[in-house]
Design a binder for this molecule. Structure first.
Ligand code: PMP
Length: 286
């Protein structure tokens, strides 16, 4: 996408608009050695920005790409870039690294030549009334031996894209995705929670899906507010028997799920409680 609301950090400085950052010879463009993270600037705050910057560095290391910017410096660079936007703008923050050198079998990590860019783009938050439907997908999360599931790597996302395409072709917004064992892992774009008799349940991290930063924040907020949150193995049948289901992710923080295949859910009180706890917490972060 290109547009006047985009700013790009590349080659050590901020540029207005989108700038071409990856060359055809780069390992990232050729063989997909790219990692990224997504954070948000909303209501004048960037919740957990430090954790998102730390995670993109960890993702780079998982792909054997040497990170070139410290977490602290990255937070500062992002804040500098955000200062060009209005305080009430909603901005998506996407730092990324990619391999430059290498051949068809290996990335050669030369620390001074790792590709690094940050893209800022104004993207409005979904309205609080937004919700989504999900369906089962036959595509699954890979395990550690199949793919770099311990990184937020670009190469994992074509698998998620076909889950979404399949779901949308059936008239659903998103997919409920299984891990390699056949248990519920996440959606194609977010983590998943269900509520039964007032208790909140979410799949226990098993290394096959992204245990999100937003997920962890909601769990901490709900527990601090006295809600029982259980991380455990959950089946598709467990979700069919839930009172309420919601998804979490950096982009919109929390999205109620209104249907899983033929099963309908109420947009319930727990999602509303988690949302308000989230923004109370964010406001307390200064
Ligand atoms: N799972 C997948 C596949 C995702 O793309 C995302 C969004 N980054 C999440 C979960 C949620 O993670 P986070 O809360 O850290 O954004």
């Amino acid at each position: 996408a290109t547009g006047s609301n985009i700013r790009t950090y590349f080659d050590g400085r901020w540029h207005d608009g989108d700038v071409p950052v990856m060359r055809g010879a780069d390992h990232g463009a050729w063989l997909g050695s790219t990692v990224f993270d997504g954070a948000r600037y909303v209501h004048g705050r960037a919740p957990d920005l430090d954790l998102h910057c730390a995670r993109v560095n960890a993702s780079a290391k998982a792909l054997m790409i040497a990170p070139t910017v410290t977490t602290e410096d990255m937070v500062q660079i992002v804040r500098e870039g955000l200062s060009a936007y209005a305080p009430d703008a909603a901005v998506y923050i996407r730092p990324m690294y990619w391999g430059i050198h290498g051949d068809a079998t290996a990335i050669v990590p030369l620390a001074d030549e790792t590709g690094f860019a940050i893209c800022l783009e104004e993207i409005p938050m979904a309205p609080e009334s937004a919700s989504m439907t999900v369906t089962r997908t036959r595509f699954r999360r890979p395990v550690m031996e199949d793919a770099v599931v311990n990184a937020k790597a670009g190469c994992l996302y074509p698998n998620n894209a076909r889950m979404l395409a399949e779901a949308r072709s059936k008239g659903f917004a998103n997919a409920l995705v299984a891990d390699a064992m056949g248990n519920v892992a996440e959606t194609a774009t977010s983590n998943i929670f269900m509520v039964r008799d007032g208790v909140v349940f979410t799949p226990v991290p098993n290394g096959t899906f992204l245990a999100g930063i937003t997920r962890a924040r909601h769990i901490a907020n709900l527990r601090a507010d006295g809600v029982e949150v259980v991380e455990t193995v959950l089946s598709f049948d467990d979700f069919l028997a839930a009172d309420e289901v919601f998804a979490t992710g950096n982009m919109n923080k929390i999205t109620p799920v209104t249907a899983f295949d033929e099963t309908q859910y109420q947009v319930g009180p727990m999602a509303r409680r988690a949302r308000s706890l989230y923004w109370d917490w964010a406001a307390s972060q200064g």
